[in-house]
Design a protein around this ligand. Structure first.
Ligand SMILES: NC(=O)c1ccc[n+]([C@@H]2O[C@H](COP(=O)([O-])OP(=O)(O)OC[C@H]3O[C@@H](n4cnc5c(N)ncnc54)[C@H](O)[C@@H]3O)[C@@H](O)[C@H]2O)c1
Ligand SMILES: O=CCCC(=O)C(=O)O
Length: 515
């Protein structure tokens, strides 16, 4: 653990396990006491004004240095993450690239400055009543508690999107590392801690706390120094943190990404033309990373008929060559088996096919099919089964597809597979897709989130706790900012960026945009 630049010593009572065989990995890790939580949060609060006040170029250089330090960890980081997560080398190398790329993108974003939403409305003393001078900018919320996710031990963990966007916004960060990968977390936290020191940032800008029980997370969310929370994980975990945050004396926002089954629609003409290829691509997407993606295509909707039968036959064939993959933890594997088992016990569900069976730690890919009527009649089919399982819903026509879509909870993604002949049908579905999902895709698969300016990795509840935001892409910075308007403040007391002659980044002056 690291509290404000210092490693915390103590009794090591948390060990990672090798995801593949369950054996204990060394070394052991120290877990946080309530005093550690208070120390980390207090240090973050003490550092907040200093950090937020640093010139944007310094803040950007700090994020770039964090990225360089993580790059310098090289293969050791991948090897440790492989052991702790069971994820393969290529995936983790890709994830490391995404993590450092994300930090560098946020560094550019800091310097670009448009996120400050600068607005100036000049005074008009001749107006009756006189119009005041008003100037607005976004300021950081304050220290953010970040919960590392189990399924992306780099890109959604200690230096992942929540941390990068909070630091970019000018917020200090206290991370609760995921207990499944303490070694990976420690390596990344050491890199950040070095960067904090070399960049001359206040030590409290970053801390990492470890712990397996709920008490640590609860204490962190309830700590009065914490101003916001970023979380990716289970629906139950996210809801618990939201409850703690709302019951505080001073309630705070929780940005929790929780649960999504990511509907994929195969429109009739496209299905007719490419049923075979779609079946293969579907299985590749649902089995990616042992299905442990929040973007996993959990349900597919199509009109029943020969083309759908061909699709199902192709999916079955692809499943036949799909190897079982190690899952992240014993508990996640147990939950997967339980979820898939529940589906297979339903009288309305038919097993289309299965992947190979692996060791006890592995998840076996599975596809089921149900009628739209059965799906609509049973809430269980809508539950996220976290792992390589998916359901194909047989619908009578496009109207029935629309009815099923309209009955769904909030989603991270919704996908249409279509050719031009399907566009009329697509037009009738798009308003529904927009109303339920944060990202609408055409002719792709939802797994694989691009980190960019126009990405939304969010969506209405329960995909996230706040559908107005994203946890991936540069817009994620907005979660940790709030607007302040300065009325009639003397020029010399105004923030530099709001002075009339200030070096320009995008500003809205008297209603018009200026660069
Ligand atoms: N949708 C997704 O992206 C996603 C990602 C990972 C896991 N999951 C789901 O979560 C399940 C468990 O996996 P997990 O361990 O990654 O997620 P989790 O929600 O159980 O835990 C995530 C983090 O939150 C903490 N936490 C959880 N509940 C808490 C509570 N009540 N109070 C305080 N802290 C709490 C945990 O200690 C951990 O640090 C999976 O089987 C899967 O269903 C979903
Ligand atoms: O598990 C959640 C994130 C999914 C993601 O980032 C991806 O699909 O690339």
């Amino acid at each position: 653990m690291f509290v404000a630049g210092n490693r915390r010593d103590g009794t090591a009572n948390l060990n990672a396990v090798d995801a593949a065989d369950g054996s204990e990995l060394s070394p052991g890790f120290v877990t946080a006491t309530m005093q550690d939580v208070e120390d980390a949060c207090k240090a973050a609060a003490d550092a907040q004004t200093d950090y937020a006040g640093r010139p944007l170029a310094e803040r950007a250089a700090f994020l770039r240095l964090v990225a360089d330090k993580i790059d310098a960890l090289g293969d050791d980081l991948t090897q440790r993450a492989m052991k702790e997560s069971g994820l393969p080398e290529m995936r983790l190398n890709g994830e490391r690239g995404r993590t450092v790329g994300q930090l560098r993108l946020f560094a550019d974003e800091i310097e670009n400055g448009a996120w400050q939403s600068l607005r100036i409305d000049h005074a008009d003393a001749d107006r009756t009543p006189p119009k005041p001078d008003l100037r607005l900018r976004m300021v950081p919320l304050g220290p953010v508690a970040v919960f590392g996710a189990s399924n992306f031990p780099l890109a959604f963990s200690v230096a992942g999107g929540d941390t990068a966007s909070a630091l970019a916004a000018g917020c200090c960060v206290v991370v609760k590392g995921h207990p499944a990968h303490p070694g990976t977390s420690e390596m990344v936290a050491a890199a950040i801690t070095e960067a904090v020191s070399e960049a001359g940032m206040p030590a409290g800008v970053f801390s990492l706390l470890n712990g397996a029980g709920n008490e640590l997370g609860e204490a962190l969310v309830k700590n009065p120094h914490i101003a916001a929370v970023g979380f990716t994980g289970s629906r139950g975990g996210g809801l618990a943190l939201m409850k703690h945050a709302s019951e505080r004396k001073v309630p705070i926002p929780v940005y929790a990404e929780m649960s999504s089954i990511n509907p994929v629609v195969l429109l009739p003409n496209k299905l007719e033309a490419q049923a075979d290829a779609l079946g293969t691509a579907y299985v590749a997407s649902l089995a990616l990373g042992a299905g442990q993606f929040c973007t996993n295509p959990g349900i597919v909707l199509a009109v029943k008929g020969d083309a759908l039968d061909t699709f199902l036959a192709s999916a079955k064939e692809a499943l036949g060559t799909t190897a079982a993959q190690t899952m992240l933890t014993k508990n996640i594997k147990g939950a997967y088996d339980q979820g898939a088992g529940k589906l297979s016990s339903k009288s309305g569900a038919t097993l289309v096919g299965q992947g190979a069976e692996g060791s006890a730690a592995c998840g076996r890919a599975q596809v089921f099919t149900v009628s739209a009527a059965d799906f609509m009649a049973d809430e269980d089919y809508r539950e996220e089964v976290f792992g390589p399982s998916s359901i194909v819903i047989r619908c009578a026509d496009v109207d029935e597809i629309r009815s099923v879509l309209a009955s769904l909870e909030g989603q991270l993604t919704a996908t249409l597979h279509m050719v031009e002949g399907d566009y009329e049908a697509a037009k009738t579905l798009l308003p529904v897709l927009e109303s339920i999902a944060g990202r609408v895709l055409a002719n792709g698969w939802p797994t694989g989130v691009e980190v960019t300016h126009a990405m939304v990795h969010g969506g209405p509840f329960p995909a996230t706790s706040d559908g107005r935001s994203t946890s991936v892409g540069t817009m994620a910075i907005e979660r940790y900012l709030r607007p302040v308007s300065y009325q009639d403040l003397p020029e010399e007391l105004l923030p530099e960026v709001l002075k009339d002659g200030a070096a320009k980044c995008l500003r809205r002056v008297d209603g018009k945009y200026e660069v």
